[in-house]
Design a protein. Sequence first.
Length: 256
Amino acid sequence: MITHLPLCSIKNPQKVGIGSYAELCLSLLICFQRPYFFSLHKYSQLQVLVIGGGDGGVLREVARHKSVKQIDICEIDQMVIDVAKKFFPHIAVGFDDPRVKLFVGDGAQFLKGVPDGFYDAVIVDSSDPIGPAKQLFETPFFESLARVLCPGGVVCTQAESLWLHMHIIKDIFTSCKKTFKGSVNYAWTSVPSYPSGIIGFMLCSTEGPPVNFHEPINPIEKAVTDMNCRPLKFYNSEMHSAAFCLPQFAREALDL
């Protein structure tokens, strides 16, 4: 979900011419691109950055999208990568894609060296906002994300549980509304292994072509069939749209 939510959603990038978590996040991004541009497009053009995601699950899902030309990943902990490759090869297979370029280091520092408007989409598959990861939930980091995105570019970041962290979600939402001049939306999905059984995502777009994250215009299901990919277990276009349906207490907290 963290993968397909954003990548199925980008409407007009600058270069025209793991289970439920990884599947939904990427689809929410890509499924909003113009139909001729993404999954079924014969030319690869998109540049995608993954921050975190050392298990390789998000990479595996990004690799479904043949419209992606380059997949950069910045993971702070080499051991996470090594352990995933050894014990979870079916997830870490994402590292085997030839489009992937690995950088081991701090994601916030990595962004400082990225040119303005370089990426079409950024996916932040981070841990919780505790310790070193805390900076990935603060305004300066969001400002860096906005800077490296092209006009109409999109970001999807891990955004905690509605049941446990509504105060954190409100802070993230407020910060993103101030930083990103396009769309800002909250979505969520089921993850049984996570406390409370759900996890959320903040999806944002930069100023430029408008992005309607709620309605995927590039359904990935057909692309998966055409490319003989591993069948999707959780994500489909209906789950995509449903991910944005929030309980009343969350709508009120976010003033939606």
